[in-house]
Design a protein around this ligand. Structure first.
Ligand code: CMC
Length: 435
């Protein structure tokens, strides 16, 4: 099922000199001429390890799924530029591309879409799971728990066929779980999926339809959802994806690994930033709409405000997803005939920040989360559901990365080392002698 990682040949070595000794280490090149020093033999040869908090310089795997050039603002899934996929593809097609490595033939896509459509229902007992949770439960831990709990319904051994079924079930049930967590929070009945609808439309139907009335999905909204899902579908070794790979490296099952990824995504520095952006924009509006004053606070090291939706570990130029989203945001609001004060504040913030020395010198540009929240809001998604949208989008990327790790010849349990800085050996002091 998974496309194995390409393992480009090892090239000429690098020499590390330390304490008057030296060791030669191989260099590794990627298909886009990215280069790395292969340190797998470092500790055995020298007794040294590398220290890289936050892993900014550490390649944890070889991967053939997503390529990012952060300096040039490039993002490609399996070689295809995100701009082209955003314009011409659909989320399920992109999911297939990420999972299997190639764009699907028509018959493959039809079969995949049909399989996903036929697995959207949750077990009836599962409704009680939602009912057990408080009404104001944040949907991210609800989704993480629900995906973890799916493992209890599907406990078959991990054969290729069962793994395929798990992939389909996850893709199919994630929107249902997301919509059910929302319906539970507002006290409305769960809406069963409608097999006549496409992936994005079905999600909107489960979120916003009620049994007492007809609900017709607005194609503008459905296309906006599909686009948002495409843009979030993968982003190489980010925090949640690395979590999914790490949990999977213990040979934990796919449900458990994805559940951990959802928890990692929830954090405000990662997927949770989209919620923080809207809250920031609302705060600025409530305080009189002074964008300049907020930019000044974000620069002030004594104030711990950050300009949420700005900055990225990898992109040191514009995040290409933000460019697409800004355009889409204006189109969607235009088509819906909505004038949005928060969009105006966001554009003002961007304009100020892009001319500001601090943001220029720190290479801070809008990221994917800066404009996505405004579209989510226009779609009627509640603010605490924004990161759930990111989750639905990122799912195929997580799965593809997990599968790739499983079929990687270098597959080992992930187990970083540390530099210990605690107390050295000392003798136990009995409690009576501790003063
Ligand atoms: N506003 C103000 N200053 C910032 C910001 C910001 N949004 N982001 C980074 N900086 C400053 C930071 O204070 C530091 O300054 P100095 O070197 O003078 O101390 C410098 O830029 C480097 O920051 P960092 O935190 O070391 O950078 P990082 O690569 O570890 O963090 C980041 C990346 C995305 C966590 C960070 O830029 C940030 O917190 N951004 C706001 C949250 C956000 O939008 N997150 C979504 C990321 S994209 C989607 C996703 O991955 O989920």
């Amino acid at each position: 099922m998974a496309t194995p990682s390409t393992a480009p040949p090892t090239t000429a070595g690098a020499t590390l000199t330390y304490d008057g000794k030296s060791v030669s280490l191989p260099l590794v090149a990627g298909s886009e001429a990215e280069a790395a020093i292969d340190i797998q033999s470092l500790r055995a040869k020298t007794g040294l390890i590398t220290l890289d908090p936050g892993y900014g310089n550490t390649g944890a795997c070889r991967s053939a799924i997503t390529f990012i050039d952060g300096e040039k603002g490039i993002l490609r899934y399996r070689g295809y530029p995100i701009e082209e996929l955003a314009e011409k593809s659909t989320f399920l097609e992109v999911a297939w591309l990420l999972l299997y490595g190639e764009l699907p033939k028509r018959a493959d896509l039809t079969e995949f879409a049909s399989e996903v459509t036929r697995h959207t229902l949750l077990h009836e007992n599962f409704k009680r799971f939602f009912e057990a949770l408080p009404k104001d439960a944040h949907p991210m831990p609800v989704c993480a728990a629900a995906v973890g709990a799916l493992a209890t319904f599907y406990q078959e051994p991990e054969t290729d066929q069962n793994l395929h079924d798990t992939v389909v079930r996850l893709m199919a049930k994630m929107p249902t779980i997301a919509a059910y967590s929302y319906k539970h929070s507002i006290g409305q009945p769960f809406m069963y999926p409608n097999n006549k609808l496409d992936y994005a439309s079905n999600f909107l139907h489960m979120m916003f339809a009620i049994p007492a009335e007809d609900y017709v999905v607005d194609p503008v909204l459905a296309r906006a959802v599909d686009l948002l899902l495409i843009l979030h579908a993968d982003h190489e070794q980010n925090c949640s994806t690395s979590t999914v790979r790490m949990v999977g490296s213990s040979r934990a099952n796919l449900f458990a690994s994805i559940s951990a990824g959802i928890s990692a995504l929830w954090g405000p520095l990662h997927g949770g930033a989209n919620q923080q952006v809207i809250e920031m924009l609302e705060r600025i509006e409530a305080e009189g709409g002074d964008a300049q004053a907020f930019v000044d606070r974000a620069k002030d090291k004594k104030d711990n405000s950050r300009l949420m939706g700005f900055g990225h570990r990898v992109y040191k130029n514009y995040d290409p997803r933000a460019t697409i989203l800004k355009k889409s945001c204006m189109e969607v609001l235009g088509k819906l005939g909505v004038r949005n004060r928060l969009l105006e504040i966001a554009m003002k913030l961007e304009e100020i920040a892009l001319k500001d020395d601090y943001f220029i010198s720190h290479k801070l540009y809008p990221n994917v989360d800066f404009y996505s929240g405004i579209i989510y809001q226009a779609l009627g998604i509640p603010v605490n559901g924004f990161t759930v949208m990111f989750t639905i989008g990122r799912l195929p990327g997580w799965i593809a990365q997990w599968l790739e790790a499983r079929s990687d010849p270098d597959f080992r349990i992930s187990r970083p080392r540390q530099i210990y800085t605690g107390a050295t050996k000392r003798a136990y002091v009995p409690i009576a002698s501790r003063g």
